[in-house]
Design a protein around this ligand. Sequence first.
Ligand code: HEM
Length: 283
Amino acid sequence: MDLLKWGRSPWGEWVLTHVSWNLFWASLFAGILFFVAHASYVFFSAHRKRSPEETDALEAAHPNLPTKIERHNLTARLFHWVMAAAMFTLLFTAFLPVAGYKFPWVTWHWIAGLVLTASILFHIVHATFFLDFWSIWVGPKDIPEFKAEIMRELGHDVPGPKSGKYPLGNRLYHLAQVVTSLSVIATGIFMLKRVRTPFFTRNPYLFSDSTWGVTYVTHGLAGVALVGLVIAHVYFAVRPDKWWITKAMIFGWVTRRQYLEHHEPDRWRVPGGGSAAKPAGRA
Ligand code: HEM
């Protein structure tokens, strides 16, 4: 299976031009395969959250917690949904023509691209100065949580930290999104020079043929990776056991019980939480 497409430059050299659209079908297939494999795995594995007794004990230890706990403020939710709309428009405009639905997609595509770029620039400023910036990143500090999560997935009831504001999977997903989205945006901005827009005169000679080739291939690779990533994201958002997280992205809050069942109060501190006392029986 060819992964990349090559063409001849006016000087007769072979240069990269695009990714092969086989990769789009591969990413779509991988996304669907992941969805089927994970759904079957969850069907057979126990769902792991804190036991009712442990959650009761935590509730008793945190009597001042409000009944609703804010998870995403209005600005963060608006960003998420604008970004999602731009992302879907980009995916559909890019890949419907590949799947055989031909239409003039380029204008819609770059407009959505600029909306995505603006929303992500906004998000970077908002998250850096107004949100808890470090809560979404993964690093060596997360190794104990990673080990505990693996053991729980394997069916062992082990002590060990629950997540802070964002579960480990969400943080890893965010990292993958950062890499792919920044690649698709950085390359997309240069590709605007190749198409007609009201902003500047088209200039296909900005780069050499081989540099354009690498730009298009990077854009295409990040784009097809986003197909699989977005399928995985939507799959988790619609799973009934994750609705509490999805609802929080619509309404902004989780209940006190959900907060205590799924999070470590010491790692996601909320107003009224006080200093966390550990429930009986926990390491
Ligand atoms: C989810 C994000 C995105 C996906 C999946 C995506 C996908 C694609 C794909 C598959 C192509 C065709 C590439 C080729 O022919 O080799 C393309 C072209 C293009 N993309 Fe994107 N893209 C995304 C984001 C962006 C962004 C953020 C921008 C601009 C800021 C952008 C601007 C462009 C432009 C201008 C073209 C047309 C190039 C041409 O026809 O010469 N894209 N995109």
